[in-house]
Design a protein around this ligand. Sequence first.
Ligand code: BT5
Length: 266
Amino acid sequence: MHDLSPAAWQPLLTTRTLGRGAVICEHTLASTNTVLKDFARKGTFREAICLCEQQTTGRGRLDRSWSSPEGQGVWMSVLLQPGLPPERLPLLTLCAAVAMTQALRALPGCGARIKWPNDVILCGRKVCGVLLEAGFAPDGRQFVVIGTGLNVRREAYPPELADRAIALEEVCPPPERSALIAAYLNHLEEAIRACESGYIPGFLKTYRNFSCTLGSAVQVIAPAETYAGTALDVDDSGALLVRAEDGSVRRVLAGDVSVRGMMGYV
Ligand code: BT5
């Protein structure tokens, strides 16, 4: 049995609903996020999971590309209808990062951390990225697609990214991908339910514990300007609060900015 197939990971789920409905599992897709967005826009599914062995045009944020070669990682997206107001949707990126971090921290020697907003970091390098996209179904309801790219094998990323990317197998013997998928979905449902049912402060406490951004000197690269400051906190919609060098505290939203550590990638 193929370790991406739902027959391998659905028996490991402890979720109430997440991962128990429609699943699209293919060998090759352009982008699992694009597949689910297309289905959601047509009204075909309200909730679904999509995963594949390789993506031909895996996407990152801001039109960047995501390397996703055959058999080297978990390239997966989750479609759902969020029970959060639109201004809180960025929290879902944090939910995915927390869920993946929790799934990885259960493995020996895997002290995963989160670089705000969407990078899961191992040994100072990126092991997983999250791409959150939102839209409207034909019935007018909002949907979100939460994509995650997890590097499992060394060839998941090209050599030119070796200074900032890492794969799980460089840190520990990776478990079957089915176990990683189930652990992630189990934690993801828990994180989303916490946020949807008003436990955002508790969720943010967990996020802060895993963050390697908070308290650090950062550079914020926004379309209109680049500035330096100190990352202070995240607020209850998932925005990063940065004290700029002029003393003002600025609210940074994930959509169109990059945040770099002053001492390197993290
Ligand atoms: C992200 O964007 O980190 C979001 C990545 C989301 C990928 C998943 S895979 C399943 C789903 N379907 C999709 O089409 N996408 C999602 P961003 O923060 O913009 O980071 C992109 C940058 O990370 C690139 O410009 C590269 O520098 C670097 N990168 C590309 N591939 C990588 C990899 N496999 N590992 C680590 N870094 C990578």
